[in-house]
Ligand binder design. Structure first.
Ligand code: LLP
Length: 424
């Protein structure tokens, strides 16, 4: 469910026409719906309410301070994966007691920053990292708390580049080694208490089975660990819940995930944490882009729009599919919807690379120079993965709340692009 709907034959974000937003703030433009963000967050909280989960928004998916502040004010915590993300979570008013820090390559400086901040826990990915966090905490005279990230060897059936919980991925400790790692380190480290276990199998995950399989393996593991005398206080399931890229009902609502997972998680002597990013942010954002030109190359028709791979890299990086449609033509937002006169085009951008496309061989109604395109499901890993490649200023971001639109990140300027070099 989202709040991007057609009214009077034009696309609205909540109560504002997309065209009015493009006119006012320019393009390319990221537009987020506050109601959709809140709806998704609350939907997760209520679906998993029987286990009273700690929900940590994965800030890497959408880090805008205004959006993170909104989630923090709802009681949401944060999953961070770098010192920069931790800084952002704190700037957003994030409660350190609800911040967890994952990632295979934490530097000493980042670990110190996190310890000084008093975050809830590190999600620790290797034996050497366990030893290092203990060492850094000792040096600072602090006590660290951590969970061991386990690689459960489950195939999430998603893109290879976003598969993280299969054997031979760089993430976590192999599940077969988990007991040995706990036996060896638990209690031996003077400044690090290992209190939990963590997984994140990959994303986006559209099926239920990979989660069932991973969670079952983990609850069995936790039982074995507890039998060996290890106290497990929490189990962090990670994120990865899929969203609707191709049609409004493509992904399973979180209630379905909860229905199959809750029986595996209820009445356990440990707490549950979740780290959703995409499920909260994905369908809560669209990117608006203006058509600049049309052209033909051989048999191929190109629609050249002003959004580049620097603005939204998912299509070229992961063969990611984003539904695209002109804002002035109503649609049911289904992949196979093609009104009469539709034609097959590549939607490409201004960046000097053949990989700069948003869609290939996509059937769209005829569009002309000046038309506005909406690229859906761009809220997660959209702006967050944007760059200045080709020296393009990054897009503006706007949050819509009913009939009000608030600029939450101004468009970058050419001056912004050279500032850090001028200053040296
Ligand atoms: N927890 C951990 C430890 C993660 O590494 C991630 C995502 C998440 C939670 C949140 O996953 P989510 O609920 O957002 O799916 N750039 C890629 C996705 C990379 C995900 C990286 N880790 C994309 O655009 O599809």
């Amino acid at each position: 469910m989202d709040h991007f709907n057609y009214r009077n034959d034009e696309l609205y974000c909540e109560d504002i026409p997309a065209a009015a937003l493009a006119e006012r703030f320019g393009t390319p433009l990221y537009v987020y719906s506050k109601a959709t963000l809140l709806h998704h967050y609350r939907q997760i909280a209520s679906a998993f309410a029987p286990v009273d989960p700690t929900i940590c928004f994965s800030i890497k998916s959408l880090g805008n301070l205004h959006i993170c502040r909104l989630l923090a004010s709802e009681g949401c915590g944060f999953d961070v994966t770098s010192g920069g993300e931790l800084f952002r979570a704190l700037e957003s008013g994030g409660d350190p007691n609800k911040i967890i820090y994952a990632g295979v390559g934490k530097t000493d400086a980042e670990i110190e920053f996190a310890l000084n901040t008093g975050i809830a826990a590190f999600n620790i990915e290797s034996e050497e990292e366990l030893e290092n966090i203990d060492r850094v905490a000792g040096r600072l005279g602090k006590s660290a708390v951590g969970a061991v990230r386990i690689n459960p060897d489950v195939d999430p059936r998603t893109h290879a580049k976003t598969t993280t919980g299969k054997k031979e991925s760089k993430f976590g400790v192999d599940i077969e080694r988990a007991e040995r790692v706990f036996d060896h380190y638990n209690g031996r480290l003077k400044h690090l208490r290992i209190g939990g276990v963590h997984i994140h199998i990959g994303s986006p995950v559209l099926e239920l089975e990979p989660y069932i399989s991973a969670v079952t393996k983990m609850t069995d593991l936790i039982e074995r660990l507890m039998k060996r005398g290890h106290k497990i206080e929490w189990f962090d399931l990670g994120g990865g819940f899929g969203v609707n890229y191709r049609a409004p009902d493509q992904a399973r609502p979180i209630t379905e995930h909860a229905r199959v997972l809750l029986p595996l998680l209820m009445n356990k002597p440990y707490r549950i944490a979740l780290e959703p990013g995409r499920y909260i942010a994905g369908n809560a954002g669209i990117a608006l882009s203006r058509v600049l030109y049309r052209k033909q190359g051989g048999e191929k028709k190109f629609v050249i729009a002003d959004i580049g791979m620097n603005d939204l890299i998912r299509p070229t990086l992961y063969e990611g599919y984003h539904y695209i449609w002109p804002t002035h033509i109503p649609t049911n937002r289904r992949e196979d919807y093609a009104p009469a006169g539709s034609e097959k085009v590549d939607v490409v951008g201004p960046v000097c690379e053949s990989g700069d496309y948003q869609a290939k061989d996509r059937v769209l109604p005829p569009v002309a120079r000046g038309d506005l395109l909406a690229i859906y499901t761009a809220g997660a890993y959209g702006f967050a993965m944007s760059s200045n490649y080709n020296h393009r200023p990054r897009a503006a971001e706007v949050m819509v709340d009913g009939s009000e639109a608030k600029l939450i990140r101004r468009r970058e300027t050419f001056e912004d692009l050279v500032r850090a070099e001028r200053e040296v």
